[in-house]
Design a protein around this ligand. Structure first.
Ligand SMILES: NC(=O)c1ccc[n+]([C@@H]2O[C@H](COP(=O)([O-])OP(=O)(O)OC[C@H]3O[C@@H](n4cnc5c(N)ncnc54)[C@H](OP(=O)(O)O)[C@@H]3O)[C@@H](O)[C@H]2O)c1
Length: 268
């Protein structure tokens, strides 16, 4: 029988829970414990079958320790649980902005990985960007890739400099698409559709469009052009978007998110 993979996730907020539930769904042969000081969060996740406790065990004996607190909570966590510095297993940090060298200094760990996942991990439909400390072993590298690929698409990168861009793009990605979806949903309501129809129209347009972009393997703008019959109705809407430089505004927003990720790391 395959040995149970033991994982501790520190922080059962949005991202920690998504990782825990995604990993559990992908592989029942996993022991996952979530650590969170908040009793309501612990109850929420234990109701979904994940063991939750208030504090980290001492010593920590799991094979993986996933850090999913906010970056601002890291100092508090290390003060409260100094045994992390004695842990000799694999640490995966999903904290935005905190570099591998900063983490290595604080955590006293050589088997250190930095990942940027996103919330669809909960349905094993996520995207995760992964980078590793130079001191990690090939065996641990393989183990981490095997674990995180259970959450969806995994892209491993050598250049850690891309992690701030990954934070803006991948971590924040679902927010941008749901922001756009909320405009479509609100328009549907204003046009007279009921809530249920507005919601299913919005989600089906998103999933159908995603399927076509994937199948076509072209620049996404090509699909936009195909919908825009010359002189037709869609063109009227896209002209308004172009006139208001919506694309430029979106790229500007992502650049600001990327800069903020870099700033988070420097401000600790
Ligand atoms: N949300 C996303 O979509 C997303 C995407 C990619 C990456 N991330 C990264 O994931 C991390 C968590 O983000 P989030 O959105 O999940 O934040 P969140 O919902 O606020 O979750 C953070 C959790 O960590 C808990 N925590 C704080 N100190 C702790 C400690 N000492 N021990 C154990 N748990 C502790 C918090 O409890 P209290 O509230 O009681 O302090 C909270 O439940 C961040 O570093 C973020 O950069 C998030």
């Amino acid at each position: 029988m395959k040995a149970l993979t033991k994982i501790i996730i520190v922080g059962a907020g949005q991202m920690g829970s998504a990782i825990a539930l995604g990993l559990r769904r992908a592989d029942q042969n996993t022991s996952i414990v979530a650590i969170d000081p908040d009793a309501i969060r612990r109850t929420l996740i234990s109701n979904r079958g994940i063991t939750a406790t208030e504090t980290l065990p001492n010593p920590i004996t799991s094979e993986f320790l996933i850090l999913a607190t906010t970056p601002q909570d890291l100092s508090r966590l290390l003060k409260k649980s100094p045994q992390i510095r004695q842990y000799s297993g694999i640490i995966i940090s999903v904290l935005a902005g905190i570099s591998i060298s900063e983490l290595a200094n604080r955590l006293n760990c050589s088997q250190l990985f930095r990942a940027m996942p996103n919330l669809p991990c909960i349905e094993n439909e996520g995207v995760t960007i992964l980078t590793a400390a130079p001191s990690t072993t090939q065996n641990n590298d393989r183990k981490v890739k095997n674990l995180l690929s259970k959450l969806g698409l995994l892209i491993s990168i050598k250049d850690e400099g891309l992690m701030d861009g990954a934070t803006a793009l991948v971590g924040g990605g679902p927010a941008y698409f749901s922001f756009f979806a909320s405009a479509i949903y609100e328009y549907a309501i204003s046009a007279g559709f009921d809530k249920e129809s507005s919601s299913s129209i919005t989600t089906k347009i998103m999933s159908g469009t995603s399927t076509l972009i994937k199948l076509n393997q072209e620049h996404p703008m090509k699909l936009c052009e195909k919908v825009m019959t010359p002189g037709g109705t869609t063109q009227q809407a896209i002209e308004i978007f172009e006139k208001n430089k919506i694309k430029k505004i979106i790229i500007k927003g992502l650049k600001k998110a990327c800069a903020h990720s870099a700033k988070l790391g420097r401000s600790l």
